[in-house]
Design a protein around this ligand. Sequence first.
Ligand code: SF4
Length: 248
Amino acid sequence: MEISYSKITAYLRCPRQFELKYVKKVDYLVSPYLYLGGSVHEAIAWAYRLKMDGETPSIDGLRSIFGQYWDSYKFLEDEEEPREVNWGDENPNDLREAGQMLVSLYWQKIAPYVQPIDVEVPFRRDFGGITLVGKIDLITGTGKLVDLKTKKRAFSDAELARELQPSLYALGMGAQGDIEFDFHTMVKTKNPYVAVASTRRTSSELSWIARELLPRVARAIESGIFPPNPINFLCTPDCDVWHWCKGG
Ligand code: SF4
């Protein structure tokens, strides 16, 4: 079985959502914030590639690349079908402007302190017949793994401590021992800002994920039992598959 961070978190939050998205593959729309995050991510990856080649991308260049992705980008999740966006109450023009501001802020305030050695590094690692796949956004010169995140609000300490991505990505990259992981967050509030959220995972936390979480989630998915989880905090009309689950 092939499994990813997105699939594991979707399953744990709501098995019914996992079933509709990944088993039944309903034609759901993506949220505006995933769309924003995708375009921000592509623009920053472009700039870091230039930086790795010894070039200095300009802020205007970065904003322009963001705009090109925004205007043409089709959201891709796990390399599957392009999806349209459910704009809901969001104004696409406001979000486009916020995205340009976020990439500018990021490049001015965070990127100067980052020396990348690789960007968008795919991984694929076997754990007893379960293949963990994914792509790490950035590896720095100090060997730190980094994920670029566009969010509506900053990580709380509790959220950061619970987040599975550091452990799963470290396992996927074959990390040994304790690891440090940074989220470079671009926060789209009324006044957008950027921040680095650093976290650590111990080797015993990593081995618990590999020993307990991965095989249990994989077995649960293989069982084909997908109960809805209406008590999870994302069970609102903003759920990507609300229409197919509760909308009728
Ligand atoms: S509407 Fe609620 S129960 Fe249904 S798939 Fe979404 S999160 Fe799960």
